[in-house]
Structure formats: structure tokens, C-alpha cells
Design a protein around this ligand. Structure first.
Ligand code: NAP
Length: 294
């Protein structure tokens, strides 16, 4: 039987409706969450991510400002802008869109963001708190995946979870969150990467397989077991339509794998909308924290 499709679009819609109501409630207390997104350069993918983030923020009633800087912006100037946003009381969340141009030290910029405004959850203070299981801003993509699992009623406790990819923004935090004693946690984790000796051995015994490698259609049907839950994080541009729109593929060969899986996320329309939604959730959380509500 073909898998049940987990629609990130639908789950995101539900969470966004909840957030919109929460933002309206905060406005009655004169609290308006504020988000600043900073984009350096003109990378088309980054431009579309940033404009989607701003559009969603506005729809939810979040005060959102997009700052676009030229590609030759110096590290010093970017640090000065981050510092200005850190000091601005109307700004609750600061997002610097990655990747940054090569001449700018990404870590230096991310570490300069006030941890209380780090709505991407990339600052070492938030990463450390996440590892310890303390209250913090969770990184948006893994956080979105946890919400998808919870809201789809997928049991994770005691399950074999295999994650492909060990990046700081997806694989590593995902592994960490799912092994914790928490909702959508308590799993046994295997984290694979390019040095893993026999990746297929691991993928074939996964109850839940999370693919975040950036290789189109890497995972095929013969590499998974019947009934597996597939979370496909990959967003790979594999071509363009006649009208110039990007054609996207995930890291998992959707058509064949969906015949074996019990649940599967599509690309697009799976993890992507959840990532943006969790950024909004973090921004609302930041505004509440700044107002002393939580
Ligand atoms: P990344 O930083 O490039 O990391 C890729 C990871 O995959 C690395 O750890 C790499 O291993 C591993 N890898 C590559 N080929 C592999 C293979 N054949 N077998 C096993 N592991 C392999 O990527 P990322 O930033 O995590 O992103 C991964 C994908 O998710 C990309 O397509 C990206 O666009 C997408 N993404 C989507 C969202 C969303 O919201 N939907 C958010 C973030 C990322 P090594 O460490 O050994 O090199």
C-alpha cells in the first residue's frame, strides 16, 4: 500500500493559524513581535527564502523588515548592523541568511547575534542549551520535523532513527533532539555521512529515515524496509521549467519509495514550509521572552 503523504503545507497552515491568533493576543498587550532578515548579495535561492520568510511574517502580523546588502559588504559593516539590531528593542529576532559571501566569516557573524534574538537557533549558547535539553530557540528545520512527527501521530520512542547528513543545521541537531527524553524523542539514533562504511545497512533497518544530504534521489526503494517513515529534507534544483521556475527533487526517490513507506514527506511541500513556520514560532517566543511573559 502506498504511503500516507505528510503534508508540510497543511501542518504549517495549522501552526501558522495558531501563531496568528497568538500574535493578535500579544498585540492587545501592545507587544508586536519584530523580525529583521539580513541578506547579503543576490543569490536567487537565498532571495526567494528571505522573501518567503518576510511574506509569512507579515501574514501572521509580525513586524518584519528585510535588509538587503550588496555582495561586497564588509564583515565590519555587517557586524555593525547586527549590533544595531541587537540594541533595537523593537527587534526580537535577527536572521542572517546563509550562505554569506566567502570574504565574510559566517561564524563570527552568527556568534555576534544576541542569543535572545537568535531565532535561527545557531548561536553556541542556544546550541549548548539544546544539547542539555534546556529551554532555548531550537533550529528551525529539526524543530519543524519534530512537529511533523508529533502532529502526524508517529511514535518515535524506542524506534531506530537513521539520519543521513551531519550538518550543523540539520543532521547534528536532529540527532540530538530525537535522542532526548522529550516528545518526538527517546529514539535510538544512527547518524550517517560520507565516511560511513555501509550506509545501506543502516538505511535498511531504519524505522524512521531522515535524509538531509543534498544529493537528488539518493535513497532508492531497495535501500529501505517496508513501513519506514521517510522525512526528506533535501531541496535539490535539478532543472528549470520553460517559464524558468526551478524543478526540485528531494534526497529520496519519491515515486518508488512511497510504495514501501508508511509515511513520506514530499519535496516540495514537506519540510520546507515547516522550517519557515518554526522561524515564526521562535520569533513569537523571542517577543514573549523580551516582554517577560515566558
Ligand atoms: P550540507 O551542509 O551540505 O551537509 C550534507 C551532509 O550530507 C554532510 O554531512 C555530508 O557528509 C552528508 N552526505 C553527502 N552525501 C552523502 C552520502 N552519499 N551518504 C551519506 N551522507 C552524505 O547540507 P545541509 O545544509 O544539511 O542540507 C542538506 C539538504 O537539505 C540540502 O538539499 C538542503 O538544501 C536541504 N535543506 C532543506 C531545508 C528545508 O527547510 N527543507 C533546510 C536545510 C537544508 P560529510 O559531512 O561527510 O561531508
Amino acid at each position: 500500500m502506498a504511503a500516507q503523504i505528510i503534508s508540510g503545507v497543511e501542518i504549517a497552515k495549522t501552526i501558522r493559524a495558531e501563531l496568528k491568533e497568538e500574535v493578535a493576543g500579544l498585540k492587545e498587550k501592545n507587544i508586536v513581535p519584530g523580525l529583521v532578515t539580513i541578506l547579503v548579495g543576490e543569490d536567487p535561492a537565498s532571495q526567494s527564502y528571505v522573501s518567503a520568510k518576510n511574506k509569512t511574517a507579515k501574514e501572521l502580523g509580525i513586524n518584519s523588515e528585510q535588509i538587503t546588502l550588496p555582495v561586497d559588504t564588509t564583515e565590519e559593516d555587517l557586524l555593525a548592523l547586527v549590533d544595531k539590531c541587537n540594541k533595537d528593542k523593537k527587534v526580537n529576532g535577527i536572521l542572517v541568511q546563509l550562505p554569506l559571501p566567502k570574504h565574510i566569516n559566517e561564524a563570527k557573524i552568527l556568534y555576534a547575534i544576541d542569543p535572545d534574538k537568535d531565532v535561527d537557533g545557531f548561536h553556541p549558547v542556544n546550541v549548548g542549551k539544546m544539547v542539555l535539553g534546556e529551554q532555548c530557540f531550537l533550529p528551525c528545520t529539526p524543530h519543524g520535523i519534530l512537529e511533523m512527527l508529533i502532529r502526524s501521530g508517529i511514535e518515535t520512542s524506542g524506534k531506530e532513527v537513521v539520519i543521513l547528513g551531519r550538518s550543523n543545521i540539520v543532521g547534528k541537531p536532529m540527532a540530538n533532539l530525537m535522542l532526548q527524553k522529550r516528545k518526538a524523542g527517546n529514539a535510538t539514533i544512527t547518524l550517517c555521512h560520507t565516511r560511513t562504511a555501509d550506509t545501506d545497512f543502516h538505511t535498511r533497518r531504519a524505522d524512521i529515515l531522515i535524509a538531509a544530504v543534498g544529493v537528488p534521489n539518493l535513497v532508492k526503494a531497495d535501500q529501505v524496509k517496508d513501513g519506514v517513515v521517510i522525512i526528506d529534507v533535501g531541496v535539490n534544483r535539478i532543472g528549470k521549467t520553460e517559464s524558468g521556475k526551478a524543478i526540485l527533487a528531494g534526497d529520496v526517490e519519491f515515486e518508488s519509495v512511497k510504495e514501501k513507506a508508511s509515511f513520506i514527506t514530499p519535496v516540495p511541500g514537506g519540510v520546507g514550509p515547516m522550517t519557515i513556520t518554526m522561524l515564526m514560532k521562535n520569533t513569537v517566543q523571542a517577543a514573549k521572552q523580551a516582554a517577560g511573559i515566558i
